[in-house]
Design a protein around this ligand. Structure first.
Ligand code: BES
Ligand code: MN
Ligand code: MN
Length: 457
């Protein structure tokens, strides 16, 4: 298997670069044709890899690329999930090479989507190709590659509810997360949920002269800042009443187990160019970024932001706020608690509007399942080391829905690194990670087949 991957390395990379060249930004309608072209590209890649049946399944939004390769109905079936859409590339001027003109520098592929998730999704297609060519495919495989993950997977839920039979499988395999380091393999055993909200604070009926009216009329930006600041106390605890009600507190044993994963605070700060970290009191940095809920402003605007100075008391102020959720918080409840609290605390001098965006539920994966154990063995075989269980801080909202609607657990076997700059300028993915990922995935199928068959007997 290793030999096949090595022999075909240059072609694999060239094909991935071709995929990365299509700007499949799902958030911005101006990229619509490109997003659709990307779906076609993925379908063609599945066909060329040898997937027997492929189709493009339309939705009310961007289509889902589906592939199915049944070798024997009695053998286990792996459902691969990934996404072909990417985040907007902005801010463009901070990229050292254009986001949709992929280049390999220092053994890393630089492009929007290189890691999240085109590069990682493509590993699965190439692993499939390798297994077909070497006649080593041991499981049935289904592919479900969507084009709306970065905008909340709005239509995937309906698709899985309407296609339960088609998607019947034994396990879901996803590479859309990170591992600790190239010499510290890890597997995510959970993801955070998400509650995303936009707020609007409305003051006077027009922008005002900040000298004529300033001091006498509420400034919506000032008010918004005060309101946001009050959402956390000095211990960085979130002050929304009921916010922590359902938070699953980890036992000291569980926290110790997670703390076994190596973490270098000095390196962490250096990579981010910060002098000090900041977060909820009594928790470590890795804990703050995985097993604890958060509240962050993602963007804030209003008033005059053009060149020079304009003396103006703005009529309106806006912010986009995200809350990352942990088991057993529910995104709907948190969104409601936020809305009630935010509306209640607004001073009489302004009007407040709260608009919920997408949300998603947190997930945890058991480590005693065959799927997890197969991923563990595959990583161990590929990296020569036991992988460490970790909890991911990001969100893949659809994973909770897979569990609810299909009754299937997902294995989060990701090969990115936190430093790959996903969603940031200069996103990249290591050539080592891409090739190692392909290799590991092929081992996963082998182990999963062997362990499932043993468990059945
Ligand atoms: N692949 C990421 C999620 C991720 C990244 C999980 C790193 C764990 C580690 C995914 O594409 C993503 O960005 N998800 C969004 C949520 C979505 C609703 C926009 C996120 O986490 O912000
Ligand atoms: Mn992703
Ligand atoms: Mn993403």
């Amino acid at each position: 298997m290793k030999a096949y991957i090595l022999e075909n390395k240059h072609r694999f990379l060239a094909e991935l670069m071709e995929l990365l060249r299509i700007p499949s930004v799902s958030a911005d309608p101006k990229y619509k044709d490109s997003v659709l072209m990307t779906a076609e590209f993925v379908k063609k890649s599945l066909e060329e890899a040898g997937v027997k049946h492929t189709e493009i399944c339309p939705t009310k939004g961007y289509p889902i690329v589906y592939g199915e390769h049944i070798i024997d109905p009695n053998k286990p079936t792996v459902l691969v999930y990934g996404h072909y859409d990417v985040q907007p590339p902005d801010p463009l001027d901070l990229w050292t090479s254009p986001p949709f003109e992929p280049v390999i520098k220092d053994d890393k592929i630089y492009a929007r989507g290189a890691c999240d998730d085109k590069g990682q999704m493509f590993m699965h297609i190439k692993a499939f190709e390798a297994m077909i060519k070497k006649e080593l495919l041991t499981c049935n495989v289904k592919f479900m590659i969507e084009g709306e993950e970065e905008v909340g997977s709005a239509h995937l839920g309906e698709f899985i509810i309407n296609n339960k039979q088609k998607l019947k499988a034994d396990i879901i395999l996803i590479s859309d997360t990170a591992m600790i380091a190239n010499d510290v393999p890890s597997i995510d055993t959970g993801l955070r949920g998400l509650s995303y909200i936009e707020v609007e604070v409305i003051g006077p009926n027009r922008d005002l002269h900040s000298g004529v009216y300033g001091g006498a009329v509420a400034n919506p930006i000032n008010v918004l800042c005060e309101m946001i600041a009050s959402l956390k106390d000095k211990d960085r605890k979130i002050t929304i009443p009921g916010f922590y009600e359902d938070v699953q507190e980890l036992s000291l044993d569980e926290r110790e187990l997670l703390a076994a994963a190596p973490f270098d605070l000095t390196e962490y700060k250096k990579d981010l160019g910060i002098v000090s970290v900041d977060g909820e009191a009594h928790f470590t940095t890795p804990e703050r970024a995985s097993i604890r809920p958060t509240l962050d402003v993602n963007g804030i605007w209003g008033g005059y932001i053009g060149e020079g100075a304009k003396t103006v008391l703005p009529s309106k102020a806006y912010a986009k706020i995200s809350m990352r959720l942990v088991p057993n918080q529910k995104s709907e409840k948190i969104t409601r608690l936020f809305k009630e609290h935010f509306e209640k605390m607004a001073p009489k001098s302004v009007e407040v509007k709260v608009r919920p965006h997408h949300g998603g539920e947190p997930v945890v994966t058991p480590t005693d399942s065959i799927g997890y154990q197969a991923a563990f063995n595959a990583m161990k075989q590929a990296f020569g080391k036991d992988p460490v269980p970790t909890r991911g801080g990001g969100s893949i909202p659809i994973v909770a829905l897979f569990e609810k609607e299909l009754g299937l657990k997902s294995i989060l076997m990701g090969f990115g690194l936190d430093t790959d700059a996903i969603h940031s300028p200069n996103e990249h993915f290591g050539v080592f990670n891409f090739l190692k990922g392909i290799e590991t995935i092929t081992y996963f199928y082998q182990h999963y087949y062997e362990m499932s068959t043993k468990a059945k007997a």
